[in-house]
Design a protein around this ligand. Structure first.
Ligand SMILES: [Zn+2]
Length: 400
């Protein structure tokens, strides 16, 4: 229902004595199915709906929230893509002699990622994950800039470009910081009473859900914690503003993992050579392939067709999902596993994990959520609709 016509909105914002704050609170992986059967701010946020997510990981979903566009159009999808000419990682080849016991260690990889990000001036989220150092020089990385800043997208504007252009005073969390720090920074800005719009970013729910799965009582505890924190910040906001409009959103949900497949072993047992005949990136729910000859293409596609726990996505389906990229940038063949299945080991992780996302967006565990204290203005059915909602909420557009 649209209860704010342009006229009433105009009148509302024209009142010089009326101070309005709109907040978009992002909680990573707080999916519709995660919230099901749980109580979370029902009295404060009575407008609740599920949102269709985008195919991909947070590296695809968050840019879609911030731009209102599909991965094809904003250019952010999985982190690594085959591009030996532009790869910034060629020097990693020198580390190939490190013993596997050392180079596979999480802390070593984390340290290496920080060093690389600094050396290359990456301001976006960067992790080398478990990409093989020997082949890292074949790949480039898609999130080199901070996507929460104006100018952060690979293609086009994000909401922060738009807020800046329209001189809207706003606050956005620093994604490097903890949830506690982000809550405090947001609260401090609200107390100044000068911002019109706030984007509060909280990401630790995602890590917890990966570790313990959506059924765990630890998730209940975390939701109770969010509720306490949100109520506090809303109290502060209501002291400083006449009207506080709040939306809590997420980017995707979380499925419970019930099966693993060793796809890397299957592919590596074929009579083909990685780097010479083909190149692959194994994300946790998908495997992406580039082929150097027709034999490699047909042998690998046949092996994937015979793999019972997933399927190759057709070009038409990728187009429909908004994941058809120029020159098949993120893979010539995309293999997606069934919900609840993960590829182990993968280039994202070496061990099984309890929860995972990055499945087909039609699966209920992929659905995101939107909870609000006001009826969302316009049609808000998918995470890509949040961009226009944020424009309306920050007073830039009077209606969608
Ligand atoms: Zn995640």
């Amino acid at each position: 229902m649209n209860d704010f016509t342009p006229v009433t909105l105009k009148r509302r914002y024209a009142r010089s004595d009326s101070r309005v704050l709109s907040m978009m609170v992002f909680i990573d992986a707080l999916g519709w199915e995660v919230l099901k059967d749980r109580k979370f701010m029902e009295a404060e946020l009575p407008y609740r709906r599920k949102l269709k997510s985008v195919f991909g990981f947070s590296s695809a979903c968050v840019p879609s929230i911030l731009t209102g566009r599909s991965p094809r159009d904003h250019g952010h999808w999985s982190y690594f893509y085959y591009s030996p000419k532009t790869s910034p990682f060629k020097a990693l080849n020198l580390l190939r002699a490190l013993p596997k016991s050392l180079s596979d260690r999480g802390r070593v990889r984390h340290w290496l990622s920080r060093l690389l990000a600094k050396a290359y001036g990456f301001t976006g989220y960067f992790q080398i994950y478990n990409m093989p150092l020997k082949f890292a020089g074949l790949f480039d990385y898609c999130e080199k800039h901070d996507i929460f800043k104006p100018g952060g997208m690979n293609h086009g504007d994000n909401i922060f470009d738009v807020l800046k252009e329209n001189a809207v005073p706003y606050h956005v969390s620093d994604w490097h910081n903890s949830e506690e720090d982000n809550l405090k920074a947001c609260r401090d800005e609200i107390e100044q009473g000068e911002i019109r719009f706030a984007f509060l970013y909280m990401a630790s729910m995602d890590g917890l859900l990966h570790q313990v799965g959506k059924e765990s009582s630890k998730v209940d505890e975390k939701i109770t914690w969010y509720e306490g924190e949100m109520k506090q910040i809303l109290d502060v906001a209501q002291e400083h503003y006449d009207e506080v409009r709040v939306h809590i959103c997420s980017d995707h949900g979380m499925a419970t993992v019930n099966e693993t497949i060793d796809l890397m072993k299957t592919i590596e047992s074929l009579p083909l050579e990685y780097g010479k005949d083909y190149v692959a990136v194994y994300d946790s729910t998908m495997a992406r392939f580039w082929f150097h000859n027709d034999t490699a293409r047909s042998v690998i596609c046949k092996a994937l067709d015979e793999e019972g726990l997933g399927r190759i996505l057709s070009d038409d389906e990728l187009t429909e999902l908004g994941c058809d990229f120029d020159n098949q940038k993120f893979g010539e063949t995309i293999f997606l596993v069934d919900p609840g299945v993960i590829i182990v080991p993968s280039h994202m992780g070496l061990k099984p994990i309890t929860g995972m996302h990055g499945y087909h967006p039609d699966h209920p565990d992929s659905d995101a959520a939107l909870l609000s204290n006001v009826a969302p203005i316009g049609n808000v059915d998918a995470i890509t609709d949040l961009f226009d909602l944020m424009k309306v909420e920050s007073g830039i557009r009077t209606t969608q």
